[in-house]
Each structure stands twice: as structure tokens, then as C-alpha cells.
Design a binder for this molecule. Structure first.
Ligand code: MG
Ligand code: MG
Length: 262
């Protein structure tokens, strides 16, 4: 069902079930990639692992062939963004090494419905400043998710993420934002990582959103690299990214992209 006025989709229980299935494919794929991250592997190898896992689970990669704004179609299954790269890094021959931090973004489609999730991790031993950045970004996502229930406004999530992150001295990326998700990878409403409580669209049961804070150690400015996709910090400072797909339910919220205990 589509609320045309807002461009926001409310999922039926059948649609919500497919969103759960897509979320579980993404959750399992994240674990497969996480297990493979080690010094000496390249990001194309990680991409192959993710694509094999998604297809083994009977799903389709969301990002492969994805077009945004007249850009070249995204060529890969995952986004792999290293160190000062924020999001949308294209996997390739670049070898990851001890001390790097890597952000992996995974999307999968089950019967036309998308799941979308990302995490950042260290490769081997990393600096305290990198460790703290990763922890803060993960916590910022938790703060955002903690706000989610029917009746709140998008600005309540945005404010929770921004205020927590900036209090710790990090900047939040403003140019790229979270989003509604369903039959399209990116739906309304946008979920910015900055904003004011009480402002923005109201969340209702049946909506599904991807919340995805991106935190930089330095300034929030971004730059687009020559490959047309990779987004990096303008000042070269380290950046981290976490994302979960979250459903608004009649009872609160449900994270769809973490492995469910059975
Ligand atoms: Mg994503
Ligand atoms: Mg997303």
C-alpha cells in the first residue's frame, strides 16, 4: 500500500514477512563477510563471498546494477569502504591490511523486497582512535533505533544520533542519509543523521526504514572520488558507518537485519 501524498509505503503483514526474510539474508551475509575479513584479503574476494552467500540463500544482491542519479550502475554486491572512505566504495584488488578499518554495506532482495545493513570493523590491531570511532558509530545507531516507535517523528531519530555523536566530538555526515525501504532500496522518508526533535514525517506501524549514521573524526564534508561512487571524507579523516533495517510495529520496533535466535 502506498500513501501517495507522502510517498511512504505501509507494508501489509505479507510484505513485512518478505522484508524479514530479506533482512535475514542480509544478516547472514554480514556474518560471512565479517568472518573473512583479515589482513591480505582484497575487497573483491569479500564481494565474491557476499554474492555467493546471498545467491545460496535464494536472494538477489540489491546494489549490483543499482543506478543513482545518472551514475554508472554500481558494479558489485557489497560496498567496501576503507579508512577515510565513508560509503559506496567499489570492491576491487585493493588489499586490506592490519590497522585498516573497513565498512561493509550489504543489500539483498527476496521476492522484490529489500534489506539493507552495514557495519564497520577493524582489521587486526587498530588504533584507539579508530576503535573509539567504531564504537561511537555503533552506539549512535543504537541511540537512533531506541527512539523508533509508532507516533514519533523522523527528527527524533536524527536528533538522538546527532546529539550523541557531536557530544563525543565527532561530526555526522549530512550529505548522505538513511531512508525508507521496501520494494525500492531507497524510499521516502529520508532519515537524516542530524535534525531537531519533533520535526519531520511521523512514523507509523507498517513503515520500514534504514537508519545509518556515518561519523567522521574530522569535518563532516565529503568528496566523491573519480570512480563516480566512492564517497570519502574531504579532509582525509577516518569515517565509520553502521546501518540496520528497522520495522515500525504496533508494539515498537523490530530490527530486521540481525540474525534471529531460533
Ligand atoms: Mg546500506
Ligand atoms: Mg541504506
Amino acid at each position: 500500500m502506498i500513501n501517495k501524498q507522502l510517498g511512504i509505503t505501509i507494508k501489509s503483514s505479507r510484505e513485512m514477512d518478505l522484508m524479514r526474510q530479506a533482512g535475514q539474508v542480509v544478516a547472514k551475509t554480514k556474518l560471512a563477510v565479517k568472518d573473512a575479513v583479515q589482513p591480505g584479503i582484497n575487497t573483491k574476494d569479500l564481494d565474491d563471498i557476499a554474492e555467493n552467500e546471498i545467491r545460496k540463500l535464494g536472494a538477489i544482491p540489491s546494489f549490483k546494477g543499482y543506478k543513482a542519479g545518472g551514475n554508472i550502475p554500481f558494479p558489485s554486491t557489497i560496498c567496501a569502504s576503507l579508512n577515510e572512505e565513508i560509503v559506496h566504495g567499489i570492491p576491487g584488488g585493493r588489499i586490506i591490511k592490519e590497522g585498516d578499518i573497513i565498512s561493509i554495506d550489504v543489500g539483498a532482495i527476496v521476492e522484490g523486497y529489500h534489506g539493507d545493513s552495514a557495519f564497520t570493523m577493524g582489521v587486526g590491531a587498530i588504533s584507539d582512535e579508530a576503535k573509539n570511532l567504531i564504537e561511537a558509530t555503533s552506539n549512535a545507531l543504537t541511540k537512533g533505533i531506541a527512539e523508533v516507535k509508532s507516533g514519533i517523528r523522523v527528527g527524533d531519530i536524527s536528533y538522538a544520533i546527532q546529539s550523541y555523536s557531536e557530544r563525543l566530538g565527532y561530526s555526522v555526515v549530512k550529505q548522505y542519509v538513511g531512508h525508507g525501504i521496501g520494494q525500492a532500496l531507497h524510499e521516502e522518508p529520508q532519515i537524516p543523521n542530524y535534525g531537531k526533535r519533533g520535526l519531520g514525517p511521523v512514523l507509523m506501524a507498517g513503515m520500514v526504514i534504514a537508519i545509518e549514521p556515518m561519523l567522521n573524526i574530522g569535518r563532516s564534508d565529503t568528496k566523491l572520488l573519480d570512480d563516480g561512487w566512492t564517497v570519502s571524507t574531504a579532509d582525509g579523516s577516518l569515517s565509520a558507518h553502521f546501518e540496520e533495517t528497522v520495522a515500525i510495529t504496533p508494539f515498537g520496533s523490530e530490527i530486521l537485519t540481525q540474525v534471529k535466535e531460533v
